[in-house]
Write a protein that binds this ligand. Structure first.
Ligand code: ZN
Ligand code: ZN
Length: 153
């Protein structure tokens, strides 16, 4: 395999382990090249459940000014999961370019996203529990009859 070069400053990339994943690291700009499947692996370091990681990660696709270090084609830039985080991707699925610190932001965002989903799920469950709890009469019937009564024209 030929040596990869940084799409920003053309420095030679060196292999480096981050969170147990081997990425190609630029010692000049601290950017990182992840193989296509490694972005998912990076997310998996925070969230093991693949179901929670699914869904679109690319929003607001546009042309990137960077070239893929493997095929030298122009990459696409996109907003990762709709957040204010721009990543670059090769359309030939060679990989993703992350600027310095962006791998940390990916991990923060996936954390935040899963916390949000868990909150939504537990709110829904709490609402169901509430309906079950009042089901079969009592408060719920009085609430309903109150509203029916209030709608007289
Ligand atoms: Zn660089
Ligand atoms: Zn490519």
């Amino acid at each position: 395999m030929t040596e990869l070069r940084c799409p920003r400053d053309d420095s030679a990339l060196v292999a480096k382990q981050i969170h147990g994943i081997e990425v190609d690291h630029c010692t000049t700009c601290n950017g990182r090249w992840l193989d296509h499947h490694e972005l998912d692996e990076l997310e998996a370091t925070r969230v093991e459940d693949a179901g929670l990681r699914r869904a679109t990660i690319r929003y607001a696709d546009r042309d990137s000014e960077l070239l893929c270090p493997i095929c030298r084609r122009q990459m696409s830039a996109f907003n990762y999961r709709g957040y204010d985080l721009e990543l670059d991707v090769c359309e030939e699925e060679h990989g993703f370019w992350l600027d310095a610190g962006e791998d940390g932001r990916v991990r923060d965002i996936i954390d935040e996203r899963v916390r949000g989903l868990r909150r939504a799920v537990s709110a829904e469950q709490a609402w169901k529990d509430f309906l079950d709890g009042v089901g079969g009469g009592g408060v719920w019937d009085s609430v309903r009859s109150f509203f029916r009564g209030g709608r007289r024209r």
